[in-house]
Design a protein around this ligand. Structure first.
Ligand SMILES: [Zn+2]
Length: 132
């Protein structure tokens, strides 16, 4: 690359375990070199300082940028929606359970009433038979 390299690009990151890498102050500066390279390169943010490097290895040394505030907010909003939906399902289940319980109690009450009526009918029949 016969291009005159700027002073910024000549600086080396010595914190890197690979023994020193060219520092790019901005992702754009690194990107400019990356585009001109005949080798496939990747720009990544240095884990040791606020600058960028190039690497030929896609994953190695790549540091995920922290999620943006907007991303975090969207994630949080989505979580809130999930929780709200779960709460609604839970409320609905509780309502359903209360209805089931009420129906069961009603069935129980009705069965008891029928039993009482049956008993009364039998007693009446027995009383009539006695009189005969
Ligand atoms: Zn570095």
């Amino acid at each position: 690359m016969g291009e005159k390299v700027s002073k910024d690009l000549q600086q080396i990151c010595h914190n890197n375990r690979q023994g020193g890498k060219v520092i790019y102050r901005t992702a754009a500066a690194a990107e400019k070199i990356r585009r001109r390279s005949s080798v496939k390169l990747f720009v990544y943010h240095c884990p040791f300082g606020d600058h960028f490097h190039l690497t030929s290895k896609e994953q190695r040394d790549r540091v995920e940028q922290p999620p943006s505030l907007g991303t975090l907010r969207r994630w949080l909003e989505n979580q809130s929606k999930v929780i709200a939906a779960q709460q609604r399902r839970l409320d609905a289940a509780e309502v359903k359970l209360a209805e089931e319980k009420k129906r069961a109690e009603e069935r129980q009450r009705k069965a008891q009433q029928e039993h009482d009526e049956e008993l009364a009918a039998i007693n009446a029949l027995v009383g009539r038979l006695k009189r005969v």
